[in-house]
Design a protein around this ligand. Sequence first.
Ligand SMILES: Nc1ncnc2c1ncn2[C@@H]1O[C@H](COP(=O)(O)OP(=O)(O)O)[C@@H](O)[C@H]1O
Ligand SMILES: [Mg+2]
Length: 253
Amino acid sequence: MSDVPVLRMESVRKTFGGAVVLRDVGLEVAPHTVTALIGASGSGKSTLLRCANLLEEIDDGAIWLDGEEITDPRADQDAVRRRIGVVFQAYNLFPHMTVVENITLAPRRVHGVPRAEAEERARELLERLGLAARAGEYPDRLSGGQQQRVAIARALAVRPRLLLLDEITAALDPELVGEVLTVVRALKDEGMTMVLATHEMGFAREIADQVCFLDAGVVLERGTAEQVFGDPRQDRTRRFLRRVTGAPRLGRA
Ligand SMILES: Nc1ncnc2c1ncn2[C@@H]1O[C@H](COP(=O)(O)OP(=O)(O)O)[C@@H](O)[C@H]1O
Ligand SMILES: [Mg+2]
């Protein structure tokens, strides 16, 4: 019956050198749900994700992970980060390490998992992500889509409670976007809790249980995908969606 949100943010404020980048941001992410953050470039999506992972220190407000306040100064920040997987637009794989070495690095170094066990888990993940044959390759031998799938496998290797995905298809050639989105769909089916910032509106509409539209650091509108895409309440949301989809109105299709 535990319905504690996996992630909760309350009144989060973040400034950079006096500029307010997140203003009074609240967010609740229920277990096994997908939240999509949409909004123009510069609206604060990446900053929100970085605050959730404690990569950025917030100026005000509070953040909870599984009911534990992680912005409490007494919280163990490293322990918190170990429970959150992050995948960025740039895959950031280590070029001098094979795929399997990239994936087993954090489990072995940070979590103290024995090599054999870490490698078994890595191979299992590669199998699931359709990369079993690539375990021994170096990243530069892989396509962008394959590298991004390795980055996802690396994030999953530590069995995170929450996965944060920041524009993970933005750097990919269009024909490679699909294979990465397929992986995200599979993760949703397995019940992974995810928050993703994306420009792929069709994908957000399809996969998200909750959609948040950010505008200049404010969550201006939130709702189900059906509400936000099908019948946006705010003028600015409507204008944004019109601009990015090029359609006067998003139909039911
Ligand atoms: N490290 C930083 N220092 C100063 N300003 C930053 C920094 N990171 C982000 N910003 C600013 O914060 C705003 C939000 O950026 P960001 O979170 O990257 O937006 P989005 O991901 O929606 O494009 C932008 O105006 C950006 O220039
Ligand atoms: Mg961003």
